[in-house]
Design a protein around this ligand. Structure first.
Ligand SMILES: C[S@@+](CC[C@H](N)C(=O)[O-])C[C@H]1O[C@@H](n2cnc3c(N)ncnc32)[C@H](O)[C@@H]1O
Ligand SMILES: [Zn+2]
Length: 601
């Protein structure tokens, strides 16, 4: 402590939640206050994890006790502390083989079983969860986890940067005896550390600068069965399709450009984590996947089951995105076939679209594979939301995380991706119907519709595209438009007569509960120059103007030294690095209008 006191004037104290960190005034270590949303959301999910894990353990122990009472000797003979219970999941596989409910050779869609949350092998005594923050920087997050989440065991904070680890160790001391007894910091390459600690951590947190792709393979191996992997990706330009080939090389998926790109980013990240997990007979179950501010963050549980990984192709799809209009279609990679009382796996049947879009006649870009199974577990989302509401004072970003969780809870969980009402109106060049009117028309036609947490204008629906366009055709009949070029996608769409008589009269479910109650669902940006910042210790150069915007740079520099190198201003501007390929893309669709495929010369 003496050393800290001696140099105290060199530091300032930053407080977030219940943790306080000492930050060198000279900016040596990263601190991005906007990431409080990320840390608060992670604390909220971690609290849910601790309580769900306890519930699951109790349920499994009760089940076990019941089977013991029935005199199952093979199980009762297991008495030692580390004895493991049969995974409910293995039993599920047996049921799948024995109880087919389809006729021979019948083709089934992606099985419901594919998304069922399994249980995990439990020990008799439930040990307090151990957390690994693999990329910890100054340790603020680890300290918040240790101080704020009840019931956690040890928190291990890693960083491969010496100054960061020193700062982290200093911060652990600064937070007092309880932090010292719970949190430890190590200088290590996270990849090596995770590889050499297989299945040792109940929670692994990845919060890198930019892409997490190089950490995924070791991270999925470090998580214990039934454990939680939390992972941030800030390389949204890559994931959203500005550099499709870079995305493929990092994540094994090709992005296509669409209004839904941030949801696609989440689904590409999930598909990539699943792919790494499958190599080790493991698979993921997403509990919450969010786009917030300037990054995506996923929370997935990791389980081991050689039989369950056969279901992975049922959870993945290619995306056909029309190059002319807003229509998109999903093609599942796999399917199941029931034959002679057993379930067989087979490749998906395709293509699900003709060569030319049946709505506008243009061609398709093909993207993916993306994760097309649910990206959230509604039970987890609601439990987390309820829990957060019950301790408002303990979340500095309460308003932000409750608004995100509320919009997530309202999403149709079985519908991947979404369209934008403004975009489809733009395609047919009409004035847009109000959201309530459009949603009513979809509901009145017998389909479901919901908003998306990713985009205030996003709409998720199980209505097929011909129904969506029929609704727009009916709308345009009563709201005529100027004549458009003959070869435009909108003209092709409007040249067909609607098969459906759309009714725009207000449907009861047209507004979500939160909308009806006027609960805030989308919040404005947290501060004027928010977003990804420059990596700690790097000089801000004029190059960053193009990455962060001139305004943000103006706030972060005091002068340029003549060589294009700008001198940094205070620490709050230091944070995430952004490379050229990772710039936030314009989400404006690249519509060529003449059927050219995006990216073609
Ligand atoms: C975005 S910062 C982490 C911020 C932190 N999670 C928080 O919430 O305050 C990313 C950190 O990862 C560290 N890092 C990068 N590559 C690493 C590696 N291979 N092993 C360990 N740490 C690494 C960097 O030094 C940096 O401190
Ligand atoms: Zn089309």
């Amino acid at each position: 402590m003496g050393e800290v006191e001696n140099k105290l004037e060199d530091y300032e104290v930053k407080k977030e939640g219940e943790a306080e960190i000492l930050m060198l005034k000279s900016n040596a270590v990263f601190f991005n206050p906007v990431q409080v949303h990320n840390r608060d959301m992670s604390i909220a999910v971690l609290r849910t994890f601790v309580s769900k894990r306890k519930e699951e353990h109790e349920a499994q122990m009760n089940k076990r006790n019941k089977s013991q009472k029935k005199g199952n000797h093979s199980e009762t003979s297991v008495v030692n502390e580390e004895a493991v219970l049969t995974s409910q999941h293995d039993e599920m596989d047996v049921v799948l083989e024995k109880e087919p409910n389809q006729a021979t050779d019948e083709i089934e869609g992606p099985s419901k079983e594919a998304t069922k949350t399994p249980s995990w092998k439990v020990t008799r005594e439930l040990k307090a969860p151990i957390v690994l923050e693999a990329l910890a920087a100054s340790g603020l997050r680890s300290l918040r986890y240790a101080r704020e989440v009840d019931g956690l065991g040890k928190v291990v904070a890693l960083d491969n940067d010496k100054a960061s680890v020193e700062a982290c160790k200093r911060n652990i001391k600064f937070n007092g005896a309880s932090a010292v007894s719970k949190v430890e910091a190590h200088l290590a390459d996270a990849r090596v550390y995770m590889l050499t600690h297989p299945k040792e951590f109940d929670v692994v947190d990845l919060d890198p600068y930019g892409s997490p792709s190089v950490f995924l393979d070791s991270a999925v191996q470090a998580v214990a069965d039934g454990g939680l992997l939390m992972c941030t990706a800030t390389d949204l330009a890559v994931l959203c399709g500005t550099n499709g080939e870079v995305c493929y090389s990092k994540y094994g998926s090709y992005p296509v450009k669409g209004k839904y790109c941030h949801e696609m980013a989440l689904r590409i990240l999930l598909a990539s984590i699943e792919s790494h997990a499958n190599r080790y007979k493991r698979y993921i179950v997403p509990v919450l996947s969010v786009f917030m501010d300037f990054y995506v963050r996923v929370f997935v549980r990791v389980f081991t089951s050689a039989s369950e990984i056969k279901n992975t192709p049922l959870k993945l799809s290619y995306v056909y995105q029309c190059a002319g209009c807003d229509s998109f279609h999903l093609q599942c990679l796999g399917r199941t076939v029931t034959k002679n009382n057993s379930v067989k796996y087979a490749p998906g049947i395709g293509p699900v679209v003709p060569q030319e879009c049946s709505d506008c006649g243009k061609k398709f870009n093909v993207g993916g594979p993306i994760w097309s199974a649910p990206i959230h577990d509604q039970d987890w989302v609601l439990s987390t939301l309820t829990d957060v509401r019950s301790m408002k004072d303990r979340y500095p970003a309460y308003n932000k995380i409750t608004s995100v969780l509320t919009t997530v809870s309202e999403e149709l969980h079985d519908i991947p991706l979404f369209f934008s009402l403004h975009n489809i109106s733009g395609t047919v060049k009409c004035t847009s119907p109000s959201s309530v009117m459009f949603r009513s028309a979809v509901i009145n036609a017998g389909y479901q519709i919901s908003s998306s947490h990713v985009n205030p204008l996003g709409l998720k629906s199980d209505a097929p595209w011909d129904v969506i366009w029929d609704i727009m055709r009916c709308w345009v009949k009563n709201h005529p438009i100027k004549e458009q070029p003959r070869d435009s996608p909108g003209t092709a769409i409007l040249s067909k007569s609607p098969k459906l008589e759309a009714s725009f009269s207000r449907a009861v479910a047209a507004l979500s509960k939160a909308q009806a109650k006027k609960v805030k669902r989308f919040l404005p940006n947290p501060e004027s120059h928010w977003g990804p910042k420059v990596r700690a210790g790097r000089k801000i150069t004029s190059k960053h103007i193009s990455l962060l915007g001139a305004e943000a740079i103006n706030g972060a520099i005091s002068h340029e030294d003549g060589n294009g190198v700008l001198t940094e201003k205070p620490a709050s501007h230091i944070g995430e690095t952004v490379t050229d390929e990772e710039r936030e893309p314009s989400t404006k669709r690249q519509k060529t209008g003449d059927g050219e495929l995006a990216g073609e010369p």
